[in-house]
Write a protein that binds this ligand. Structure first.
Ligand code: 3H9
Length: 694
């Protein structure tokens, strides 16, 4: 049963009981209407309490029903809310925890609302690329005022119930037992003569509504560039202010129907579910026991090690930070302090919290100090020999059951695990730089990694607020393996007629935070050079453009050397197109007898993005990633792929795999076409009319 119905001395209690978050799916909606009717027809009932079981009043409409017939099947949420509002007997919404989206809209349809402190109240629809579609844009401004409501609607951010205590949303915020208080409140209002108050009848008072709406429009201009929802939220609120409740409601409905179909909303919902799906590992059930992590250790106090340590400290976990030399250790600690000082300056951290965090870090030069650690993460130089020394030493000092993690971004985790006598305790934790900021964490599962080790790492990842995605062992894991193909195509296109600025501009217009050449200049072109040198030995048959090697031979490693694909001026990170480099590129085309042609921006985008999708498909075929949405999460959270396009796999699905297959076929027939080996699954899925995610 999605809804429970009980009676208590003249009060009917309708309890949403649809775990995990009482989503308002069809059966729940029908259950509410049924409960209301039962209460109307029972002469012994004087009032109704509407509440939720478990961890939420309601998390809103059931998002999984969107774009399915169930979403529009009666009773729709609008019908349910109408039935609540039209009830002759007063309805009291009792909110003990989360009331979000449709859940809050449902509560706004009640005649009265009471809440426990600490309840999270939100209209987060905008984060899913839609707007509140069951009266939220009309009733919330009438309940809490135009300004507060618009802020909540366009940000989607939750507000704690106690902060809304005097806002007009709640009749009471109850300190004690909410269920008891709700019954008492219901009996009190049940004894009063109707009609009972409706939020829809309230007026929106504001001295300058038009001005504030314009202000709101200007404030969302930045985020609204690629998302239609924020402006629509404002339009719908404005319609209610200007034309009244009923017209506003009709307009809101129209906008909801349009927005729920947009690719942007589809992408945002994909990311919502993708984030949650990433934490589920097919053969590691959620009941898998986890190891207790009370003490963390990080080896290496460089930029990466320091950033990693900060994540744990921020979550309140003590960290022992190990370096081999005192000056490196001092530098590492000083950098961490400087980072926190920056946060204090921005007003985002209290000075006393800075000291508390620093106090959680124990610097050391001795491996003996790691013997109590439950999780040890190495972030030392990316060279197998160096890792070997570290893991052999760890095997000697770490306590039994300690998790030994490597932050390697390319090396074979199975080889690293084999340096110890406990490969089951070894796992990869690949953080992205800056590690204290970037959301992505690739969790690398070795062939012997124990399931409880994986479950523990996934759990701690949540605690340190990372999006953790599991990757099998392969060169570059998910993210870097794919980016290599993307960069390979970018280099081929230089040879065939494009210049760095054109390629960067085209892909940045598509929505990437930074094009491949600006990115390489930032990261250091020598990193890719080292990888390519290794490739030339491992795969001498593999065709690479040597143009980037030429650049590196001149010492142009990027921003750090004052020049790379672009020129840089001291103290200025702006990338200025370089005449010298552009000439070098043209010269290289002549040398390799590659005719230069005009490459369209569309071709640039297709070749770069399909290089990602194609390698992603191979990663899925090999079981390195367990689902397409995991790959998308890697790209959305770690590589600046535009959120509104949902990641390289969803993007390919949106274009259609048939079209992707044909485009790759065309590129494979051009110059440098041997850079394409199409993944078998693309054709297979296309033939079945399917996508990576469907
Ligand atoms: C809406 O209401 C539209 C209306 O305006 C108009 C309609 C006409 N639907 O996050 P968690 C699942 S739009 C379906 O890990 P937490 C979630 O996928 C909706 N499923 O828990 C996960 O499943 P699984 C507006 C949902 O405790 C499980 O619940 N509402 C929904 O950390 C646990 O989720 C929102 O946007 C849903 N609405 O956080 C609220 N919500 O276990 C979105 C959750 O299989 N939800 N699930 O992976 C949230 O923000 C958080 O889930 C919440 C709980 C704060 C509720």
């Amino acid at each position: 049963m999605a809804v429970d119905y009980t009676t208590h001395d003249g009060v009917a209690v309708i309890t949403l009981n649809n775990p995990p978050v009482n989503g308002l799916g069809l059966t729940t909606r029908a259950g509410i209407v049924e409960g209301l009717e039962r209460a109307q027809n029972d002469p012994a009932i004087v009032a109704i309490v509407l509440t939720g079981a478990g961890k939420a009043f309601s998390g809103g409409a059931d998002i999984t029903e969107f774009n399915t017939p169930k979403a529009t099947q009666e009773p729709t949420l609008a019908t349910v809310i109408k039935a609540v509002e039209g009830s002759a007997k007063p309805v009291v919404a009792a909110i003990h925890s989360v009331a979000m989206g449709g859940g809050l809209e449902l509560a706004l349809g009640a005649h009265y609302r009471i809440a426990a402190p600490g309840a999270q109240i939100a209209l987060p629809e905008v984060k899913l690329g839609i707007l509140p579609g069951a009266g939220g844009t009309q009733r919330l401004p009438r309940a809490i005022g135009l300004e507060a409501a618009l802020n909540m609607i366009v940000s989607g951010a939750p507000v704690l119930s106690e902060k809304l205590a005097s806002s007009g949303l709640f009749d009471e915020v109850v300190q004690g037992d909410l269920a008891e208080a709700a019954l008492a409140f219901a009996r009190k209002v049940g004894a009063q003569a109707g009609p009972h108050p409706k939020v829809r009848d309230r007026k929106i008072e504001h001295p300058n509504a038009e001005g504030f709406i314009q202000f709101a429009r200007n404030s969302v201009a930045g985020i609204a560039k690629n998302f239609p929802a924020p402006h629509k939220c404002i339009d719908a609120v404005e319609a209610g202010v200007k034309d009244g409740f009923d017209k506003g409601l009709a307009f809101e409905r129209e906008c909801f129907i349009a927005l729920v179909q947009t690719p942007e909303s589809h992408a945002l919902r994909h990311a919502f579910f993708g984030e949650r799906a990433a934490s589920k590992i097919p053969d590691v059930p959620s009941s898998t026991p986890v190891r207790e992590l009370r003490k963390i250790a990080v080896i290496g106090a460089g930029t990466m090690g320091g950033g990693i340590a900060m994540n744990f400290v921020n979550a309140g976990l003590p960290v022992t930070l190990l370096e081999t030399k005192q000056d490196a250790l001092d530098r590492g600690i000083a950098t961490i302090r400087k980072n926190y000082e920056g946060t204090v300056k921005k007003g985002k951290l209290k000075p006393e919290a800075l000291e508390q965090r620093m106090a959680l870090i124990t610097p050391t030069l001795s491996y003996d100090d790691l013997k109590d650690a439950d999780l040890i993460i190495e972030a030392v130089f990316e060279e197998l020999g160096v890792k070997e020394q570290v893991f052999k030493r760890l095997d000697e000092v770490a306590k039994p059951g300690a998790i030994l993690a490597s932050n390697t971004s390319t090396l074979d985790l199975n080889k690293i695990a084999a340096f110890t006598k406990r490969p089951q305790d070894v796992v990869g934790m690949h953080f992205f730089s800056p590690a204290n900021v970037m959301k992505l964490l690739e969790v690398v599962r070795g062939k012997d990694t124990a399931k409880d080790v994986l479950a523990t790492v996934m759990q701690v990842a949540k605690k340190i607020r990372k999006t953790a995605v599991v990757s099998g062992v392969c060169d570059g894991f998910i993210g870097n393996r794919m980016i290599e193909q993307y960069i390979r195509q970018a280099l081929f296109m230089l040879e065939e007629g494009a210049l760095p600025a054109q390629i960067d501009k085209a892909i940045e217009k598509f929505g990437f935070a930074m094009g491949p050449f600006r990115m390489s200049d930032l990261a250091g072109n020598d990193i890719g050079w080292a990888i390519r040198k290794r490739r030339y030995q491992e795969h001498p048959d593999l065709h690479y453009s040597k143009i980037a090697d030429r650049l590196c031979e001149t010492g142009r490693f990027g921003q750090k050397t004052g020049g790379g694909w672009y020129d840089y001026k001291a103290g200025d990170r702006t990338a200025y197109p370089s005449k010298l480099v552009d000439e070098m590129i043209v010269g290289y085309s002549q040398e390799t007898a590659t005719p230069r042609r005009k490459i369209s921006d569309a071709e640039i985008v297709e070749r770069l993005v399909y290089a990602l999708s194609n390698e992603g498909a191979k990663i899925l075929e090999e079981g390195i990633a367990s689902k397409a949405s995991d790959i998308d999460m890697v790209y959305l959270t770690g590589y600046g792929f535009p959120l509104w396009r949902g990641g390289p796999m969803l993007y390919a699905d949106t274009v259609g795999l048939y079209n992707v297959e044909r485009a790759i076929g065309r590129y494979a027939a051009q110059a440098n076409g041997d850079g394409w080996q199409i993944a078998k699954s693309i054709g297979d899925l296309a033939a079945q009319g399917r996508g990576f995610n469907s």
